[in-house]
Design a protein around this ligand. Sequence first.
Ligand SMILES: *[C@@H]1O[C@H](CO)[C@@H](O)[C@H](O)[C@H]1NC(C)=O
Ligand SMILES: *[C@@H]1O[C@H](CO)[C@@H](O)[C@H](O)[C@H]1NC(C)=O
Ligand SMILES: *[C@@H]1O[C@H](CO)[C@@H](O)[C@H](O)[C@H]1NC(C)=O
Ligand SMILES: *[C@@H]1O[C@H](CO)[C@@H](O)[C@H](O)[C@H]1NC(C)=O
Ligand SMILES: *[C@@H]1O[C@H](CO)[C@@H](O)[C@H](O)[C@H]1NC(C)=O
Length: 346
Amino acid sequence: MAKQIVSIISVLLFSFMIFSEVKGAKKSYGIYDTNTAKKLFVFGDSYVDSGNFLHSESYKPPNGMTFPGSPAGRFCDGRIITDYIASYLKIESPTPYALRNSSNMQYGINFAYGGTGIFNTSIDGPNMTVQIDSLEKLIQQNIYTKIDLQSSIALVNAGGNDYTNALKTGRFLDLPAFMESLVKQMSVNLNRIHSLGINKVAVGSLIPIGCLPTLNAISFRTNCIGLFNLVSQDHNKKLLEAIQKLNNQTGKSVFITLDLYNSFLSTIETMQKKRAENSTLMNPLQPCCDAKNLGDSCGTVNAKGEKQYSLCENPKVSFFWDNVHPSQNGWSAVYTMLQPSLAQLT
Ligand SMILES: *[C@@H]1O[C@H](CO)[C@@H](O)[C@H](O)[C@H]1NC(C)=O
Ligand SMILES: *[C@@H]1O[C@H](CO)[C@@H](O)[C@H](O)[C@H]1NC(C)=O
Ligand SMILES: *[C@@H]1O[C@H](CO)[C@@H](O)[C@H](O)[C@H]1NC(C)=O
Ligand SMILES: *[C@@H]1O[C@H](CO)[C@@H](O)[C@H](O)[C@H]1NC(C)=O
Ligand SMILES: *[C@@H]1O[C@H](CO)[C@@H](O)[C@H](O)[C@H]1NC(C)=O
């Protein structure tokens, strides 16, 4: 990849921290039987974090405006994919690790932390290895038993922030080597989650990063940037190979891929087509909560208390909530597309 492109991207991506979000996880989704409830353990970044990144924008308005109605730790106006998968499993969204106490761990724990990656990133949060260490500690403390884990499900989404960080640190210049080491570490991590006793592990593929508002600004929000989507495609090809290999080793389908790449892309394309026929519909490449300056994010206020973002009329018709995260509407559409894969979890 040309050096100029890399530096342009570096600038654009500078504010591209995929902060996690999460939190709101305490709201009830209904009345379920706690005794037979499965448990969900979540690892990765802001796409699946429901409230571990305390003191971040995820705990500031307008995040959480659609659900639970006020900021609750998700980088979203409402529910994220973690919440939808929990509801699919007929359990409440698992408690974020940062908010755990003696009586709220029955549905599992969400260890995911916004801005983090498989490797270290610029965010001072736990990388995926450290997140798995945290589960291991809970097992050592007998908070979760072997039987608990056998019927548990893990949800993993990580890698996006590693690419952002690689752009900042120059490791992106040797992309193939970086990609290979990243997928290798992911494979080690996945194997470790299984070794701890979890028999179903759902792994999100890397989203088409060229569609993110941080990057689609290059096309004035008319198109996803193909060059970047190719990076995602390459990554996913390697990830899929690694997952196949792991499944081959275990002799069963422990690892399931959640095809976020195609779910994002086809949802966006469908929304674009509908908009071509009805120009009043919202552009799916336009973030609802749009930061005014590079370096600001949704929820940033300046020293005078002035909002450093603008908000769209109705988040419920957007695909992207902010520069890097889907809105609840976006996640809901993606969740619908993931149904066939999710059926393999039960
Ligand atoms: C544990 O957290 C829940 C919310 O998740 C809260 O309602 C409850 O009061 C807390 N319990 C203890 C013992 O702190
Ligand atoms: C994850 O973080 C821990 C502690 O900060 C560090 O020791 C370890 O090297 C990191 N792992 C990776 C794969 O970067
Ligand atoms: C990751 O960061 C931690 C500090 O948070 C540091 O101790 C560790 O050496 C780093 N690991 C790598 C592989 O960079
Ligand atoms: C699966 O394992 C068999 C041997 O056990 C091997 O022949 C085959 O190539 C493996 N497939 C993959 C995708 O690794
Ligand atoms: C176009 O979309 C708007 C919603 O933005 C809707 O109210 C209107 O009925 C649609 N028009 C047509 C012709 O479908």
